[in-house]
Design a protein around this ligand. Structure first.
Ligand SMILES: [Cu+2]
Length: 482
């Protein structure tokens, strides 16, 4: 029995020795891993620093490489006064957040390097630190205050209405109000005429398709000189107030180059006030310096020698998905110097004076007397056509095209006027109109020789033909415009 115990004791001692040996072995292995771990920690921390430097360099390089694609830079400079402020606050925000971005990334990688795992280093347990909390509350609060106050002041300036005591007009210190009515699918641009520079009142019940699209109320005299335009002409450096109307659904009056964007809401007129600072010509010039604008405007047309920058136009678009014709709500915006603007402005005839209530025959007579006194020439030339325009407008297609440019006188209105109010082309009105026109024309010698010399009867016959011809022309124009 004693012998057996001795043998078991020897075996147990042997087993213990083997186990101690294995523990030693394991301990040695563990010590090596620690070493390996330390090496990996060092390597990762250094790699982190290298990555940080490469990444921040990439950020800086890409900023400068893509700078010209950002609003406010390169070919995307704004063309309005407040637009510069908006771009400026974007840039300020970018700079401040950029600085914070750089600081936080440098700290992030630097601390993961500095406090990488090392032998004998133990993390500190900090349950609470008032100073630290103050710093990370106060610093962002100060920065945010500057950003918010800066943004708020830009907002207030961009969205401000014109001062109450500001006058309508084109002189310095005055403003011009234009009405933009969004409908499915297009924009109606109504300008106040030069007699009062005030837009007349509208009533939706007066809206008549193809005739009184904006619903002007003719009893309001302010309406009598208003005219519609197809291109949004704007004078440079003059305050513009756009009155924005939605006729059917939500639209959005959007002038990207001017940083103007405002919903057109049915039943709730909105507005936007801004001052264009660059003419279309000047903007084209500034674009000419960029390679992407040097390309051919229309590569498919071999005859087209224009470069992209030469054909640039500001645009008015609808920025609200308003239906399946949404894409077609684009219009051209043209900013010109004040002198040129006035020329364009004065060449416009109001819808009322040409279509709704043209001057009575007696007025026409007196007008023509004055025409003969001096400026008969040009006006006379157009008489025939003007007459025709009158008839086509009776059809209800008064469009900007039909009023623009070529009808610069009052004579042609006579035909249209009377016709319009009565709704029919009576022989008398027409012969009267043509006859008188003839007198004016006679001086010039164009177009109206027949009318002047012929008898009343003959006159009527020819007139009929002219009317018919122009009536058709009017139809064509109408379809072309809409
Ligand atoms: Cu729209």
């Amino acid at each position: 029995m004693g012998g057996l115990l001795i043998i078991l004791s020897i075996i147990l001692i042997f087993v213990v020795l083997v186990q101690i040996g294995r523990i030693n072995e394991i301990a040695v292995g563990l010590r090596g891993k620690e070493q390996a771990q330390r090496q990996a920690n060092n390597r990762n921390a250094v790699m982190g620093l290298v990555f940080m430097v490469a990444f921040l360099i990439f950020v800086i390089v890409s900023f400068f490489a893509f700078k010209d694609r950002m609003l406010g830079f390169g070919p995307h400079e704004s063309a309005s006064h407040h637009g510069g402020l908006i771009d400026g606050i974007f840039l300020t925000t970018l700079i401040i957040t950029g600085i914070v971005f750089f600081i936080t990334h440098i700290l992030l990688f630097w601390y993961s390097y500095k406090y990488r795992g090392q032998k004998g280093r133990v993390a500190k347990y900090i349950p609470h630190d008032n100073r630290l909390e103050l710093i990370w509350m106060v610093v962002p609060a100060i920065v945010m205050t500057f950003l918010v106050i800066g943004g708020l002041s830009v907002w207030n300036e961009s969205m401000a209405d014109v001062p109450d005591d500001m006058k309508h007009g084109l002189n310095e210190g005055e403003f011009l109000e234009i009405e933009a009515t969004g409908f499915q699918f297009g924009w109606l641009l109504r300008y106040p005429g030069a007699t009062d520079f005030k837009l007349g009142t509208r009533d939706f019940r007066n809206i008549k398709a193809g005739y009184n699209e904006t619903g002007q109320v003719w009893t309001d005299e302010k309406n009598h000189d208003d005219f519609l335009a197809d291109t949004l002409y704007l004078p440079k450096d003059h305050k513009i107030r756009i009155r924005i109307i939605g006729r059917d659904v939500l639209h959005n009056f959007y002038l990207p180059h001017f940083r103007v964007k405002m919903d057109a809401v049915p039943g709730m007129p909105t507005y936007f006030v801004f001052t264009p600072t660059k003419t279309t010509e000047e903007y084209r010039e500034s674009l000419s310096g960029y390679p992407e604008w040097q390309a051919m405007a229309d590569p498919s047309d071999p005859e087209n020698k224009f470069k992209k920058w030469e054909t640039f136009e500001y645009e008015l678009a609808c920025a609200e998905l308003c239906g399946d014709g949404h894409f077609s709500m684009q219009k051209i915006v043209r900013v010109v110097e004040m002198d040129e603007f006035k020329k364009w402005y004065n060449s416009k005839k109001s819808f009322y004076s040409t279509e709704v209530n043209p001057p009575k025959e007696t007025e026409v007579l007196s007008r023509e007397t004055s025409l003969e006194e001096g400026h008969g020439g040009e006006e006379g030339t157009h008489t025939g056509e003007g007459h025709g325009e009158g008839s086509h407008n009776v059809e209800g297609h008064s469009t900007e095209e039909s009023h623009s440019g070529d009808h610069t006188n009052g004579t042609h209105t006579s035909g249209g006027t009377t016709t319009h109010t009565e709704g029919t082309h009576t022989e008398e009105t027409h012969s009267g109109g043509t006859h008188n026109a003839g007198k004016a024309d006679g001086k010039e010698g164009t177009n109206a020789g027949k009318a002047t010399t012929t008898e009343e009867g003959e006159n009527k016959g020819k007139k009929g033909k002219i009317i018919k011809k122009i009536f058709n022309k009017g139809k064509k124009e109408k379809t072309g415009d809409h």
